[in-house]
Ligand binder design. Structure first.
Ligand code: NDP
Length: 277
């Protein structure tokens, strides 16, 4: 029998998740289907309960549903509790729905395993203080950077995150204008500005020589922040396609107990998008 999985979100038509999970399933010879379903926030509870009542095994939830999924899950992993957001739901044998958040783990795997970027001992800057930043903070802090700064347009949101995570580490919170005169080894863009090809206002000397830029957003063309990194001589200026594939692999592992190899999938999706340019 084919086990059913899906991703819920709104909008969802450009999601790469069905393709990624289909490639994982072929590679690991797992008998499963994975569909994308457009689910607006107001239909979330009905859609999720119907999916699992019909025998569905697991769900991914994306924008704007991650907080709702966190509220809905009966049990949560510690990293999902920290994130206050759930991107993966699994129906357990005991009938209780487990919520996990694999985004932060996916980001750290992409940085450390795929790109050999160590976070330990580095000065880290995160741009943006939304749901994605909340999700990646605990896994990033586990890597023991020297310092972590969150800069956001709405400074109070960065300060709120710093307060929420103060048991894990001291986090500096500021506005973009406060970044003048500061320098960082690694800059992560977790604003959604890239999605409209925009960029937060950033001072020119923000990145050290040979520093790293990473945009959580991804696109067939270089995002505005990836281009900023290239213009400011980053050693590497990357986008979030690898993170997307790694968070999917972690969800697949949670559901199936089998860890797919991500290298070939990353290479294939990179080749496919290069062919579109
Ligand atoms: P949210 O809507 O929760 O937060 C958006 C953040 O971006 C806020 O901090 C907001 O600032 C800031 N922002 C939006 N527009 C601008 C702008 N024009 N200038 C400066 N700041 C701006 O979004 P998420 O946190 O959920 O997602 C953020 C990004 O991360 C998205 O691009 C998303 O695609 C990506 N992402 C990628 C994943 C992957 O697997 N690769 C996984 C998860 C997310 P303010 O608080 O002031 O409004």
């Amino acid at each position: 029998m084919t086990d059913r999985y899906a991703v819920f979100g709104y909008p969802i038509n450009h999601s790469k998740s069905p393709r990624i999970h289909q490639l994982f399933a072929e590679q690991t010879q797992q008998n499963l289907s994975y569909q994308a379903q457009a689910v607006p926030a107001e239909q979330f509870t009905t859609a999720v309960s119907e999916f699992f009542a019909d025998g569905g095994k697991g769900l991914n939830c994306t924008v704007p549903l991650k907080e709702l999924a966190w509220q809905y899950a009966a049990e949560k992993t510690p990293r999902a509790e920290f994130a206050k957001a759930v991107n993966t739901l699994k129906m357990q044998d005991n009938g209780l729905l487990l919520g996990d958040n694999t985004d932060g783990c996916g980001l750290v795997r992409d940085l450390t395993d795929n790109h050999s970027i160590q976070l330990n001992g580095k000065r880290l800057l995160i741009l943006g203080a939304g749901g994605a930043t909340r999700g990646i903070l605990a896994p990033l802090l586990e890597q023991q950077p020297t310092s972590l700064t969150i800069a956001n347009r709405t400074v109070a949101k960065a300060q709120g995150l710093a307060a929420d995570f103060q048991t894990l580490a001291i986090i500096n919170a500021c506005g973009f204008e406060d970044l003048v005169g500061q320098q960082f080894d690694i800059i992560l863009n977790a604003t959604s500005a890239s999605l409209s090809d925009q960029l937060p206002p950033l001072p020119d000397n923000l990145l050290v020589a040979n520093g790293i830029c990473y945009d959580l957003a991804y696109s067939n063309q270089a995002t505005a922040f990836v281009r900023w990194g290239q213009q400011h001589h980053a050693q590497k200026s990357l986008d979030g396609l690898g993170m997307l594939i790694e968070q999917a692999a972690e969800a697949f592992y949670l559901w199936r107990g089998v860890r797919p190899q991500t290298q070939d999938v990353i290479a294939l999706l990179n080749a496919e998008r290069a062919a579109t340019n």
